[in-house]
Design a protein around this ligand. Structure first.
Ligand code: COA
Length: 262
């Protein structure tokens, strides 16, 4: 598969997807979102891919939002704009529900659709010079790629209201403080810190990782009792895996576990 607006490379079990329109601050036009969807399908289908990193090319931006020039063309067209939002949501949901952990490595501006893309990843790292926010209300619109829902679930409705209603840009430190960013690094240490975080996850049982992600994701839409029932079910399923035997034996034998994802 060849891509115009992103790059896709697999190395050491990790698919690295880079949004590559640096002259447009990596803004997400329709073509870019289409390519992201294709890359997510490829990563999901490839057994060699165990995790993903998403980032933006160039020194300034992760992704500075949906492409405003394309959005402008939808002014006055409710159906076209809704379809655009639904398409972006469908693509971002592929990432969120892939069953493989993804990290948004936020290396600069992550605004609007870019912030929403980061929120669709399992986890987020950021450099101290990054800026995040949902400035859509400044443009007379609202987040359309799931941001209003995911931000409220990740950081709470108070933070979601603040970010959406003020449209402000927030420092990476503030995003870290409210739980949007999981780990913060200096610009020089962002790559290494993100890789280290990934490595620590890749050393764990792959089935356990998938179950852990699914539980949190599915639990979002459940009450606590139903969520705990699901946890009980998955706990039982995990006990049937060879990975459980390997993980526990390795602990007792004082060696590193060699998980096979079975
Ligand atoms: N859509 C389309 N083009 C965008 C864009 C977006 N979301 N964000 C940046 N660009 C383009 C600019 O138009 C400019 O293109 P040009 O050189 O052809 O004029 C180029 O990227 C560089 O951006 P510029 O604004 O000159 O850089 P800056 O360093 O002064 O500012 C930002 C950077 C991110 C603060 C600023 O570009 C910005 O506010 N972007 C829009 C953010 C936004 O509202 N996103 C939500 C969209 S729903």
């Amino acid at each position: 598969m060849s891509y115009e607006n992103i790059t896709y490379a697999v190395d050491g079990g990790v698919a690295r997807i880079t949004v590559n329109r640096p002259d447009k601050m990596n803004a997400l036009n329709h073509q870019t979102i289409t390519e992201l969807g294709q890359a997510f399908d490829a990563a999901k289908a490839d057994d060699a891919v165990r995790a993903l990193i998403l980032t933006g090319s160039g020194p300034k931006a992760f992704v500075a939002g949906a492409d405003i020039t394309e959005l402008l063309a939808q002014a006055g067209n409710a159906k076209g704009a809704s379809d655009l939002a639904a398409f972006g949501q469908e693509v971002f949901r592929k990432l969120e529900h892939m069953g493989k952990p993804s990290i948004a490595m936020v290396n600069g501006f992550a605004l609007g659709g870019g912030c929403e893309l980061a929120l669709s990843c399992t986890l987020r790292t950021a450099s101290t010079n990054a800026k995040l926010g949902l400035p859509e209300t400044s443009l007379g619109i609202i987040p359309g790629y799931g941001g209003s829902q995911r931000l409220a679930r990740i950081a709470g409705p108070g933070v979601a209201r603040e970010w959406i209603l003020t449209g402000d840009m927030f420092s990476a430190e503030e995003a870290h403080r409210v739980g949007v960013v999981n780990r913060l690094f200096s610009p020089e240490e962002l790559e290494e810190g993100t890789q280290k975080m990934l490595k620590s996850m890749l050393a764990k049982g792959p089935i356990a990782l998938r179950f852990g992600m699914e539980l949190v994701l599915r639990g979002w839409d459940m009450d606590q009792t139903a969520g705990e029932a699901l946890e009980t079910e998955y706990f039982g399923k995990a006990a049937e895996t060879e990975d459980m035997k390997e993980g526990m034996s390795a602990f007792v034998e004082k060696r590193r576990a060699d998980f096979q994802g079975k």
